[in-house]
Design a protein. Structure first.
Length: 462
């Protein structure tokens, strides 16, 4: 059924310049994961822009099929680097979804309740995120997980959720600030002061990675400050049609890092970094915050990019804790040779590559690790199917994309599959669980891999 109110809001919110910038050339088609899977024009960026423009021009009314098509996009933004007209497709998608969420008639009461819980009562409030981390930790540590599996309780969940439960980290109620404090001096002469964006899921599920990020940065010559008043980046809100919530979170983060007086703002999660670097766009209509948003956005860097471009890059070698037997076991499991080097490969974070435009810095660091062979994975730049919560809301398409991704990952014969985003990391762990069980392949955040192999007495630079 058509929705006249939604049609009028789409006409107001959609950026007319971006709609008309699309030349219909088709360069985006081979870059789009959903188009590659289906071959359907409407499943491409060009097709979705055509649908948006048809609504904006009054040629069609947005119905349920229109809404589903907007929600079927992963939002990976691989189309943007491929576009010769530099169409900001991601912004159009967020504008469309924002209008849809404000005017949809299809949400049941329980769906609205869940959305309110997630977007207003959980992610924006760090204390509640830590409470969720404590609950997950208790579930894993105190035998509740074993009980749920023994009793078959997990069978009551949809298959996708049950599978994700198997690969979730233990979780923690103590984030990086609670673990190690707010300020950490540089090793040697200080290059700059950086503010660590600790994130929500990163600090709840991957606290150790945040701690390792701080240690890697201080070793590279940076003083690290972790503003305690920072909060969720707002990416999940922006991608899910909760634009005003994203703007509120952005204002709080800008204030926290401005007060900290940092030279750079560093992210270790591609999904967070992509929204942080676009705070200037998110708040471009707000005259009171526009200048501060621009200040913030121009200072955001991915951790790998910051170290390679501005830092004293540490030397990396075999971890001191790894015995010869352990190295032989891990190094020979896939290659069949105990003295063969460890093989590593890398899955790009879509938002790190396509929005922050940083793909070479992680590879530069990986190639500098002694005794390790970096193997480029075919189509490492293609989305893995995680896309925030896409693998939960659109499991069929996400699983099709993941299956193809694992074909390429397995072809590398790598012992370690590294990535730079928590969502990608969990998705690739799910892929190994489903499509590479018994292979010995481990999935790690690049920071954890480098930290384990970092030599503290380095003298090297890029």
């Amino acid at each position: 059924m058509a929705n006249p109110q939604l049609a009028s809001q789409l006409k107001i919110r959609l950026d007319e310049d971006q709609l008309t910038n699309c030349m219909r050339c088709g360069f985006c088609l081979p870059a789009c994961p959903t188009f590659r899977e289906t071959g359907v024009e409407a499943e491409s960026p060009r097709g979705r822009i055509a649908l948006m423009k048809a609504v904006a021009d009054g040629l069609m009314e947005p119905d349920e099929a229109f809404e589903e098509q907007m929600n079927h996009c992963l939002g990976c933004r691989a189309c943007e680097p491929a576009c010769p007209a530099d169409v900001k497709y991601g912004r159009l998608l967020e504008q469309a979804r924002d209008a849809i969420e404000d005017h949809t008639r299809r949400h049941r009461l329980w769906v609205k309740g869940v959305r309110r819980l997630v977007f207003k009562e959980l992610f924006p409030k760090q204390s509640r995120m830590r409470l969720a981390g404590k609950a997950l930790h208790a579930y894993r540590v105190f035998g509740l997980q074993r009980l749920a599996r023994r009793t078959g309780a997990l069978k009551l969940l949809p298959r996708q959720l049950a599978d994700m439960e198997r690969i979730l980290p233990a979780g923690s109620g103590r984030g990086v600030v609670e673990r190690i404090g707010e300020r950490h001096p540089a090793k040697g002469e200080k290059i700059a002061t950086v503010g660590l964006f600790r994130g929500c899921l990163m600090d709840t599920l991957f606290t150790e990675t945040n701690v390792h990020t701080v240690e890697l940065l201080t070793e590279a010559g940076f003083e690290v400050v972790i503003p305690k008043t920072q909060n969720c980046c707002g990416a999940l809100h922006a991608h899910s049609g909760e634009a005003e919530g994203a703007r509120d979170l952005a204002r709080r983060n800008i204030r926290a890092f401005k007060e900290a007086g940092v030279d750079f703002i560093v992210s270790n999660a591609g999904g967070c970094g992509a929204i942080l670097v676009e705070y200037d766009h998110l708040l471009h209509e707000d005259s009171d915050d526009r200048e501060d948003a621009a200040w913030f956005a121009e200072r955001v860097k991915d951790v790998s990019e910051l170290i390679v471009r501005y830092g004293r890059v540490p030397s990396f070698g075999p971890p001191e804790s790894e015995s010869g037997e352990e190295r032989a076991a891990s190094g020979s499991e896939r290659t069949g040779a105990a003295d063969a080097p460890l093989r590593i490969t890398y899955q790009d974070s879509c938002h790190l590559r396509n929005v922050m435009r940083s793909s070479e810095a992680p590879r530069t660091l990986m190639r500098r690790v002694e005794g390790v062979e970096f193997v480029e994975m075919f189509e490492a730049d293609r989305c893995c199917g995680s896309a925030g919560i896409y693998n939960l809301t659109q499991p069929e398409m996400a699983n099709r994309i993941l299956e193809h991704k694992m074909e390429h990952a397995n072809a590398t014969q790598a012992h370690y599959l590294l990535t730079s985003n928590p969502g990608c990391l969990l998705q690739m762990k799910l892929g190994v669980e489903r499509h590479a069980a018994g292979s010995g392949m481990r999935v790690l955040h690049i920071v954890d891999f480098l930290h384990e192999r970092m030599k503290r007495d380095y003298q090297s630079t890029v």
